[in-house]
Design a binder for this molecule. Structure first.
Ligand code: FPP
Length: 230
């Protein structure tokens, strides 16, 4: 396969880490770190759309995050409700789609309902899809797909299996960015990330400006992607 055949990623994933530390550095409660993170998330979705990226997937709430203190979870739920009552509709009005991946039954029913309602008017033929992972864990996504596969007859291809994941129909991410200094995937898009370029930065998520995002895009375009070829 050709080197560097794609200078702009079609699909970007972001692990939005470092909100808590951003707040602690300022002597603020963690909840304010998450609200600063949400603002940045909204800004990056706008930026990605304008740049011509087709899919942006953000890791907003993992299956592991449910073990956080209830107070922090309640703060996150309040932010999520606010987003789906306001900004999501705004994005959809601009022609984009909003898609949820994950198990919404892990969230309180009222929050799940607002999320579903907020995303339901998404157009089917959008140029830009904002994918929000909520109650998401890649291992449980894979196990769920394996269970769905049991009902299929005959041997499954990789493509058949991929279509049973939450991301069925969405191309694999070309680039995965993780902010906040940790160097791991933490159960995010494990199947889909097989050939993704990985970009790690120490920048805490609320400080991950559009300019820093552009730097990640530039680095991506300078890397050679050979998909196991030469
Ligand atoms: C990780 O930082 C971040 C999260 C667990 C939550 C991310 C959520 C948002 C940015 C808002 C989402 C909003 C919507 C509408 C989907 P951390 O708390 O683990 O940071 P730390 O490692 O510094 O403690």
């Amino acid at each position: 396969m050709a080197d560097n055949n794609n200078s702009l990623p079609e699909h970007i994933g972001i692990i939005m880490d470092g909100n808590g530390r951003w707040a602690a550095k300022r002597g603020l409660p963690r909840s304010l770190g998450h609200s600063a993170g949400m603002k940045r998330m909204i800004g990056l979705a706008k930026k990605a759309k304008e740049a011509g990226v087709h899919y942006l997937t953000v890791y907003a709430l993992s299956t592991e995050n449910f073990s956080r203190p209830q107070e922090e979870l309640d703060g996150l739920y309040a932010l999520i409700k606010k987003y789906f009552k306001g900004q999501a509709a705004k994005l959809i009005k601009s022609g984009a789609a909003v898609k949820i991946i994950g198990d919404l039954s892990l969230l309180p029913p009222d929050v799940a309902q607002i999320i579903q309602k907020g995303a339901e008017k998404s157009p089917a033929d959008a140029e830009f899809t904002f994918i929000i992972a909520l109650g998401y864990g890649a291992r449980s996504e894979i196990v769920r797909a394996a269970n769905l596969a049991k009902d299929k007859e005959g041997a499954l291809t990789e493509g058949d299996f991929a279509s049973l994941l939450y991301t069925g129909g969405v191309p694999d991410p070309d680039l995965i960015i993780r902010t906040g200094g940790e160097v791991r995937l933490s159960n995010f898009l494990l199947w889909q990330a097989a050939y993704a370029e990985l970009y790690f930065t120490d920048t805490l998520f609320p400080d991950f400006t559009d300019k820093k995002f552009e730097k990640a895009l530039n680095e991506y375009s300078s890397r050679a992607r050979r998909f196991g070829g030469v």
